[in-house]
Ligand binder design. Sequence first.
Ligand code: GLP
Length: 243
Amino acid sequence: MNIIVVKDYNEMSYQAAQLIAEQITKKRNSVLGLATGSTPEGMYKELINLNQEDKVDFSEVITFNLDEYYGLSPENPQSYCFFMWNKFFKHVNIKKENIHLLNGITENVNKECKQYEDLIKKSDRIDLQVLGIGDNGHIGFNEPDISLNTQTHLVNLTTKTIKANSRFFNNVQEIPKQAITMGIGTIMRARKIILLANGKRKARVIERTINSPITTKVPASVLQLHNDVTIIADQEAASKFIS
Ligand code: GLP
């Protein structure tokens, strides 16, 4: 694992955007795997700036988002689809047909997962996958104790995740208890992975991701098996790892 420790959130966002821009410069039609959550928001702002300054061109780029709450429609402001359009897609020159998002209100969830997985395979492979990390080490919505070779699938969220994400909802009853997520197997097939983490809240889990024996109890620790992972962590998130 390549670990980059940066000063703060802004620096983390800047570095992540630079890696994505480099990837697109190398390959105009790169396939990107994208994440949501508060962590990558700054990275999206940086990418929007780079696009507006004509330093990165999304016109050939293809994207697949990692996950979606099951039961939330794309118009729901808490859905990841809404997040992606508002915080990123509508501000850059990406083609609508090149954007892939999971449908949280699909009538046939197994079919939705299979189709998504097939589309990823059809696009060859994800060139660069961006990840955040949950407090319990989940990546996407792959919660602890998930099996290692999962494809896109429906998951039950743990109480810890529901609680952690409750800050985005008016009350805990509104939070979906299930989600659709790319599996660990899907993520591990990406050519390159960058994982972002900031703040003290992530210090313990970053330490475990890097140092603990590989265990499904900390899903992100499985990334130790991938040959091209870069973790960009700010000093707070890296504090337990450094000391
Ligand atoms: C959610 C998402 C993850 C994300 C995690 C951390 O559970 N499914 O993809 O990494 O939250 O979120 P945050 O970046 O807000 O800490």
